[in-house]
Ligand binder design. Structure first.
Ligand SMILES: [Zn+2]
Length: 410
């Protein structure tokens, strides 16, 4: 894995973090960054279940942030932890950031996302409709942009949903959703593939499911390495969905942990709002949304349900359905060079968006873990803005495959 060679890069990244503008008010360090080589999903699940902050997984090497107590516990359990860096000290106050830290201004703040969506509706009024799924905990509208011919009408066309930025620091995903918006609006009428899909599908894009967390992550002039929402100590929005919530050791009941599942299913206002939007797409007893991607970073993976069990099939997942996930997931991964696998092949998670989308609505629902494949700890969440163009365009083919599949009988 060349892990010794990676240390200088980690240190370089940390120096960059530490020499950025000083935070307004320094708080506590989140802990240290560790790597551990694991043999199987059961070991990774055991580690994740301690509530550590998993950053990425590659070839069995798990990278995560752990506090001193968690690190001691894991070492006592026999895991060989290699400390590769320190997590940044977080600010305790969070004024609305003017922009991303210096050099990364190509990323969109919440205000800039809002402006982009409003511009798209001004420029392409006939094929767009901007609404909100509800509000975040801090009161930010959770924008939903619909793209379709005759967007004002509810036509009888397969519906497709793209969600981004459930996890605060995964800013590249917001750019991915904006790429989809830009491509399917600006390309309408000139790009035959785009025009075909806009005419035959109803495309919904939610560029930021967790705007409070994203804004906090860039506050104070340096990245905070923040994952959760901003409700109390923060809920991991992607452990708060209501299918087999908290069932299987794939989330934490400790509100201090990075995988805190919330006090009950849908206690996070963001998950609840997006779920209500999806519920609202049941028309005449039939869910209109047939396919979905939830974008995350990082590790370059295509993942599918279930996450709560390592079994390939389970209640509501027949062998034929599991095969379709595997077949389409593999085709998606072939298009972008990611690695395809069932979510629980990494480690068990419960309360995820994919499990709910499939378990409750039979929506063909994937998670993409975007660039980079291997991220040097927290640095992996903050690729330079020069990567936005190539790493989002890299998924154009996959987006088209999903739009095609949305029209196939399930
Ligand atoms: Zn994520």
């Amino acid at each position: 894995m060349g892990s010794t060679r990676r240390v200088p890069a980690v240190l370089t990244g940390l120096v960059l973090l530490l020499t950025a503008t000083a935070p307004a008010t320094a708080g506590e360090s989140a802990g240290s960054v560790y790597e551990v080589d694991t043999a199987n999903a059961a070991q990774r699940t055991e580690i994740a279940a301690t509530g550590v902050d998993v950053l990425g997984v590659r070839d069995g090497t798990l990278t995560f942030v752990a506090g001193p107590e968690q690190a001691r516990e894991l070492r006592a359990d026999g895991f060989r932890l290699q400390r590769v860096g320190e997590a940044p000290t977080r600010v305790t106050d969070a004024a609305a950031p003017a922009d991303f830290p210096s050099g990364d201004e190509g990323y969109h703040t919440y205000a800039e996302v809002t402006a982009e969506l409003e511009q798209a509706t001004r420029d392409h009024g006939d094929i767009t409709r901007l609404s909100s799924a509800g509000e975040s905990f801090e009161g930010r509208p959770l924008h939903v942009l619909k793209i379709s011919d005759n967007a004002a009408a509810d036509e009888d066309e397969p519906e497709v949903l793209f969600t981004c930025n459930q996890h605060a620091r995964e800013h590249l995903t917001t750019e991915m959703c904006l790429r989809i918006v830009q491509r399917f609006t600006d390309g309408y009428g000139s790009d035959a593939t785009v025009t075909g899909f806009v005419d035959s599908r109803e495309i919904y894009v939610i560029p930021t499911v967790n705007p409070d967390g994203a804004e906090y992550d860039i506050s104070g002039g340096q990245y905070q390495g923040w994952r959760k929402n901003r409700q109390g100590q923060g809920t991991d929005v992607n452990r708060n969905w209501g299918h087999r919530w908290g069932c299987c050791g794939g989330s934490s009941d400790d509100s201090a942990d990075e995988t805190f599942r919330g006090t009950e299913a849908f206690s996070s206002l963001e998950a609840r709002a997006v779920a209500s939007f999806v519920d609202s797409r049941v028309v005449g007893g039939a869910q209109q949304i047939t396919a979905h991607i939830d974008f995350h970073t990082y590790s370059e993976l295509v993942l599918w349900p279930y996450g709560y069990t390592t079994d390939d099939t389970a209640e509501g997942m027949s062998p034929e359905q599991a095969k379709r996930f595997s077949d389409v997931g593999t085709e998606l991964a072939n298009s972008n060079g990611y690695t395809p696998q069932q979510s629980s092949d990494l480690y068990v998670t419960d309360g995820s968006i994919n499990d709910w989308m499939w378990g409750e609505h039979r929506i063909l629902s994937f998670t993409f873990e975007m660039y980079p494949a291997d991220g040097n700890g927290l640095d992996g969440f903050y690729p330079p803005d020069e990567q936005i163009g190539p790493q989002t365009a890299r998924n154009d083919g996959a987006v088209d495959i999903l739009l095609r599949e949305a029209g196939e009988p399930g």
